[in-house]
Design a protein around this ligand. Structure first.
Ligand code: ADP
Length: 314
């Protein structure tokens, strides 16, 4: 449905944002682009609705080159959800949702019914919310409006650029659940950018991991967990699940070292969630790298770091 063929983007300052992308997103698929900051995810996303023009190659939607579509028609057929909540502050919620349906000349009744249907779909009572201004909604509610606004004119494709990353963990989880429910019902083709592996594994039918403007691996969440193609993928799936590195927990082994035997030894590449499980049964764990003990993790210390992390980042 969306095909990238040898797509390259070089910005005028010389930066190669993406080098040569070849992949296809299938109809009805929830496709997640993930990777470190600067890996080319947003550039890839924005090339689909021509917010960024390609330097080389082709992007085709349903077989037709995107450059052959009328640009307005192309954009109206592609919903777009941004990270920062971008509702029009002076307009009511209903008016915000109706922007694209108005542009494509739906009649008033059809628009009213659609607004009602969409608000119900995300659990906001139309009677209560239709006439409110965005400032009278919580951040999570506003972003929910951002999502249904993108769906309003029933586009085939939805592009989502880190749509939930500015939300608190509770709202983020709620919106992810909403998104799964919406996708189960509507079967849109969704391209979703995130840097959160947990989110990618939860939402994606397939995940595309990028690095330095290139694809490292494309596959289902199961394939990422069971068959990472290299250490970069393994690290991304493992430690990134909590986006916190095992090294942060390691402290030096005391010089006397009398208690080295009889306790758990793990390797430096052990995923953090496994480490946490071990810490449930062992007060301390020794960490080895290339057969050498490089330090230890103590339960108390690890808990302190984790609680600090949760406080700061949720
Ligand atoms: P990501 O979304 O993965 O963080 P981007 O697609 O935003 O990555 O950026 C990829 C690379 O292109 C980065 O090195 C970034 O600095 C560069 N880049 C993005 N937009 C521009 C621009 N308008 N001009 C020059 N360089 C850009």
């Amino acid at each position: 449905m969306i095909r990238f063929e040898q797509v390259m983007k070089q910005f005028p300052n010389g930066t190669f944002a993406v080098k040569s992308l070849d992949f296809e997103i299938k109809k009805g698929e929830f496709f997640v682009l993930i990777g470190p900051s600067g890996s080319g995810k947003t550039t890839t996303l924005k090339m689909i609705n021509r917010l960024i023009e390609l330097s080389k190659g082709w992007v085709r939607i349903n077989g037709k080159k995107i450059s052959d579509y009328d640009i307005n028609e192309l954009r109206w057929n592609i919903g777009y959800v941004l990270q920062q909540i971008a509702l029009f502050p002076h307009m009511t919620i209903a008016e915000n949702i109706a922007v694209v349906p108005e542009l494509v000349n739906w009649d008033k009744e059809k628009i009213g019914a659609r607004v009602e249907e969409l608000l119900n779909m995300v659990g906001l009572d139309p009677k209560e919310y239709r006439n409110r201004r965005p400032s009278e909604l919580s951040g999570g509610q506003q972003q929910r409006i951002g999502v249904i606004r993108a769906l309003a004119a029933d586009p085939e494709i939805i592009l989502m650029d880190e749509p939930f990353s500015a939300l608190d963990p509770f709202s983020r989880e709620k919106l992810q659940d909403d998104m799964l429910e919406i996708q189960r019902k509507l079967k849109k083709t969704i391209v979703f950018v995130t840097h959160d592996m947990q989110e990618a594994l939860k939402l994606g039918d397939r995940i595309c991991l990028m690095k330095d403007g290139e694809i490292v691996q494309v596959g289902t969440p199961h394939e990422f967990l069971s068959n990472p193609v290299n250490d970069f993928v393994r690290d991304f799936v493992g430690s990134r699940k909590l986006s916190i590195n095992l090294k942060e927990f390691i402290i030096p082994v005391p010089a006397e070292g009398g208690f080295l035997s009889g306790t758990k030894h793990i390797s430096l590449s052990t995923p953090l969630d496994e480490v946490i499980e071990y810490l449930a049964s062992f007060e301390q764990i020794f960490v080895e790298d290339n057969g050498k003990t490089i330090g230890m993790i103590r339960r108390q210390q690890a808990l302190k770091i984790l609680s600090q992390y949760v406080k700061e980042r949720g």
